[in-house]
Ligand binder design. Sequence first.
Ligand code: MOS
Length: 750
Amino acid sequence: MAQTINTAVTRTDAPRKVTGTATYAADVIPAGMLHGALATSNIAVGTLTGLDTTRAEAEPGVVAVFTHDNLPDYKTVKGFYAGGPGSASFWPMEGTEIKYAGQPIAYVVAETAAAARRGAQLIDATYEGAEAHAHMDPEESFVVEGREGEMITTKGDIEQGLSEAAQSIDVEYTTPFQHHNPMEMFAATAEWRGDRLTVWMPSQSVRTLRGGIAAAYGLPETSVRVISPFVGGAFGSKAGITPYTMLTIAAAKAVGAPVRLIVTRPQMYTVATFRPESVQKFRLGAAADGKLTAFEHIEIAQTSQFDDVVNPGTHITRAMYASPNIHTEQRLARSDTNTGGFMRAPNEMQTFFGLEQAMDELAHKLDMDPVEFRRVNDTDRHPVADVPFSSRSLMESYDAVSESFGWNDRTTEPGSMTDGDWLVGYGCATATYPTNLLASNARVRMQGTGGAYIELAAHDVGTGSYTIFAQIAAARLGLPVESCDVVMGLADLPVAPISGGSTTAASAGSAVHDACLRIGRAVAQQVSAQSEGPLSGIDPSQITLDNGVLRGPGGQSQPLVEALASTPAGEIEVIGEFRHPALTDQLIRATFAGGYGTAGPVTPEFAMFAFGAEMAEVHVHRWTHEIRVPRLHGAFAAGTWLNRKTAHSQLLGGMVWGIGSALHEVTEVDKPRARFLNANIAEYLVPVNADIRELRVEMLEEQDDYVNPLGVKGIGELGIVGTAAAIANAVHHATGKRLRHLPIRMSDLV
Ligand code: MOS
């Protein structure tokens, strides 16, 4: 590997971000732009019986007020779960039906943002409400019809396995509604010029957005521009098309001027997705030596009345530990909310809060060290698919974090460690994230000594993609990182997949890598045909590109930059591709159509996951029950580290978010009205500086030649996965109390 990979390169977009010159979607002001605002429903279920817009229309500055009655040429798209690009399959403002609180009922266009919002507040709606249920009833759960084979796994005989166990547990964990709260609000600016449409919008998938909009309006994709160079946090919330975008596009068309909508913070809770509440049921059994004899996990996740949203957490938990008898079921239950969806990490956060506490509970019953319990049940084959892991550094992670944390200093008995008035507990948990692979292209143009342009329709959702793509090109082409300009976030660029499921570095990065190798081959061809030069006359198939240097079989060499400069054109442009063998034509086609053609994490040959282990020290005050996390350590292995700085930050950020999930975050619900109550960042609690003490991340070396040519696994979501369970296990160790519901609050300990 060349020097620019696996080093700590500072983000190339940092100067633009800290000087305010990075242009986000809501920074754009097309000439003549007007402002939009949404009015939303106060009730969750029922019918609009009247919608009086008189007062809104009379408000100074208001240009137009649109309702279900008078919004011309408003188009909707199919929900993702129904094979479309939308975040939900029920669309507001198509009629008078209300299916969730906060559902858009009117769209106001005005000369200023303030006038638009005042107008929205002056919409007078009357409703006929019906009974609403915010929470699902787990007793009413179901398996999605027709998908039973995918949603239910049975291996061996679970009852038999439980009857053979020396110890067993039968426990249930619950997790609440949670919302992403990215710093950057959802925003869309739409401008029509005749039949050509430009949309500026923060997006995790510009091609999905473009494809969905173009299809809805029956336009060729070339008539729709989607621009999203910077995204101020997304975490899954900006992955699909949501109503606010299509309403803004329709409004802009109707008023004949560009319109920009910035969603309000409270509306952020209802116009896009969120993490649904869930129930995680575990029945585990183990023999006296600790080997699992039975593994059962049933997940019940909330979904809306109109979508079957499945993020199959059981597909991940069942891959963790060896057991001869396995039973998993992925179930849904409905309630009256908008449709939930991805929230980093979309199912691993909730399911591992259950799984990794269940493992701790059983280890405790067996009187085994929780780390040793995991070691006994570690496996080099996927327990259900029965294929080997492409690489699996779970126990290496535990060993590394045990050492850095000082795991062996603990005394095992709960409540046995104290520090003055504080009860002290240690807890550990496994982290994992599947390695999902998607087809990608990337265009690289190299201009002699002038540097390189890397262009692809990928995204930097705040994770560092601009930097790592520049690093990959710099390493391959032999250029300084600063000479590699990365252009992304435009749907017109070569296809790249959704930035979701921790896929961008591995999949799009591999396409950048491939483009650079192609440049090497093409330039080798040209210089070998020249009459002079160090590589003149050498069979080009014998020339290799090695860290920016073309090398012949007999030790001849020439820097690629020089070789290119010696060619007549002095520049070259190629398209690189990533096509993992596990990607079928159908999956590749889906990605090219703007969809989610993901292969993995299990292929016919290998199971692909990144692993890690986290350890938390928790202090619980003996009298006030205040909970503190003075130390949180994690060790992770995810193949090649492209950038030690941005990767470290991703893992650290995940762990901080994990502390939030464990102790702070919950979207409170007004039960009788089925409304999200604390829809603002004052009352939706997230960790602050005082909540974060010592955090340590260890990045282990791991080689994986199967996942992709770079050997990279995704890390965007890995850091959060084990944190909540590690903290819950530490709380148990400190207090002897087993808290099976998130978030863990001091009131739970009274
Ligand atoms: Mo991530 S929740 O897949 O955007």
